[in-house]
Design a protein around this ligand. Structure first.
Ligand SMILES: Cc1cc2nc3c(=O)[nH]c(=O)nc-3n(C[C@H](O)[C@H](O)[C@H](O)COP(=O)(O)OP(=O)(O)OC[C@H]3O[C@@H](n4cnc5c(N)ncnc54)[C@H](O)[C@@H]3O)c2cc1C
Length: 435
């Protein structure tokens, strides 16, 4: 790792990698990950990625996104995302990403709250397909240095300008890295929850630093609970059963085998219906019945989900599968404008860490990979269009490296800040809604 880069990107998920690949080859880029390079939620995405089918689909795609978001979405961002979708999908295909096809034509699936089939997929491992191809392309670039197990622990900033970050390696050794631009692509905050589909290490570190350095956040209490994760008595990361399983026909049943809700409503509404049913019937889960889906579709479209359920002792071809809601996604984040700029100069945020307002109060299924890619590319374009960057008089004097000796306590403090902020925002909103 060198001491100075043009751009430092924190995170090697779709947002970080796509931003790196969208920057010109003469930019010297460092991209770091707190865990392994493939240890990110992007690799876990199952269902797929939305794409505007054609001009006729525009109004209903826009309306579906707004309705799922309870009309709290920033309309400009929604429009940008939908209008950019075909271009970004073409970029992915150019990078070698493959989506499922039949007779040479793309197949489109559907998930909850979508009024049209507009989701491209690669079996039930779309995230792995996209992210592994982006990672392979980034590894081929001479101008991009990728570093695993390297954790951002602070920003180097002064007078609301970001000049780089402080990183720690696996042994806790800290180094300050200077950059003209810093891009936060650190994912969501599922790691602070006991039950989440997210990796444990993805725990909102950038949000804590934003609070610490007075950078604007937005809607920190807008946390999405996914209705259907596999119920087990074991701990660890919750295994998601993609919404496209319900999109293809699976139904929810209570302990008496009765259907109790429309499975294709927005996620927050289905999650609430499940919670209410569990409370009413004093159960720890409800059931997901795959039987309306043709056997061939289960085996071909959902091989990973099928195998995992079988491993847990349930054969989706014969048995109902126990499911329970769990934390899944973060709609809020570091406030950014339509070019992914935060309120601090020379600091961008992209992907789940950021809040550009696309999702409003609740994300429409399969919009997040797309949103991450579209706004990561916009960040790259804005960086390229910036004529000059402010430079610190003396970079080293901006930071006291002795302050990072007790890293575990610092990271714990960051987690507590994130949890506190979610609670504070939720309480504030509840009070406002009562008034
Ligand atoms: C199980 C699951 C299924 C999903 N299915 C879909 C789907 O079908 N369609 C869809 O659109 N979306 C889906 N999503 C959501 C989507 O995958 C994520 O929103 C998206 O991938 C986020 O990408 P990202 O690049 O912002 O973050 P991530 O992919 O989470 O990457 C975050 C990166 O930041 C790094 N990082 C974090 N903190 C630090 C730090 N302090 N220092 C250094 N590095 C750090 C991590 O190591 C990681 O590299 C799913 C999510 C999950 C969990």
């Amino acid at each position: 790792m060198d001491k100075k880069y043009d751009v430092v990107i924190v995170g090697s998920g779709v947002a970080g990698l796509f931003c790196a690949l969208s920057l010109p080859r003469d930019k010297k880029i460092l991209c770091i990950s707190k865990d392994a390079l493939d240890g990110c939620d992007s690799f876990l995405a199952q269902g797929g990625i939305c794409m505007l089918r054609d001009e006729e689909d525009y109004d209903s795609y826009f309306e579906d996104t707004m309705r799922a978001g309870h009309y709290e979405n920033r309309e400009e961002s929604v429009e940008i995302m939908i209008r950019s979708s075909q271009e970004v999908i073409q970029d992915l295909v150019d990078y070698g990403v493959e989506f499922d096809k039949k007779d040479g034509e793309y197949l489109f699936t559907r998930e909850g709250a979508h009024s049209n089939n507009r989701i491209l997929f690669h079996e039930d491992v779309t995230g792995r397909e996209i992210t592994s191809k982006l990672l392979a392309r980034a590894q081929e670039r001479d101008n991009i240095t990728l570093m695993a197990h390297t954790t951002m622990v602070d920003w180097v900033c002064q007078d609301n300008v970001c000049y780089g970050i402080v990183v720690a390696d696996m042994d806790g050794k800290t180094t300050a890295v200077q950059a003209d631009v810093t891009v936060l692509a650190c994912g969501g905050l599922g790691g602070v929850y006991q039950h989440s589909t997210n990796f444990k290490h993805i725990s909102g570190d950038a949000l804590a630093l934003a609070m610490y350095h007075n950078v604007r956040l937005e809607n920190c209490d807008y946390v999405q609970i996914h209705p259907t994760t596999l119920y087990t008595k074991e701990g660890g990361r919750s295994f998601l059963i993609s919404e496209s399983v319900r999109g293809e026909g699976a139904v929810l049943r209570d302990k008496n085998g009765e259907r109790f809700t429309d499975e294709l409503q927005p996620r927050d509404i289905v999650s609430k219906a499940i919670h209410d049913k569990m409370e009413e019937q004093h159960t720890e889960h409800v059931w997901l019945d795959f039987s309306p889906i043709p056997e061939e579709e289960i085996l071909n479209h959902f091989p990973n989900i099928y195998a995992r359920c079988k491993q847990a002792g349930y054969d989706p071809l014969k048995d109902w599968v126990p499911v329970v809601p769990a934390q899944h996604y973060f709609m809020g984040g570091i406030y950014v404008d339509k070019d992914s700029k935060t309120t601090m100069e020379q600091l961008y945020a992209v992907g789940e860490t950021s809040c550009n307002g696309v999702h409003g109060r609740n994300r429409l299924a399969s919009n997040s990979l797309l949103e991450s890619l579209v706004f990561a590319k916009r960040a790259a374009a804005d960086i390229v269009n910036t004529k000059s960057f402010k430079q610190p008089k003396d970079f080293d004097s901006l930071i006291n490296m002795d302050g990072y000796e007790d890293l575990p306590s610092i990271m714990e403090y960051y987690h507590a800040m994130v949890v506190g902020e979610i609670e504070k925002e939720a309480n504030k909103r509840a009070e406002e809604e009562v008034l």
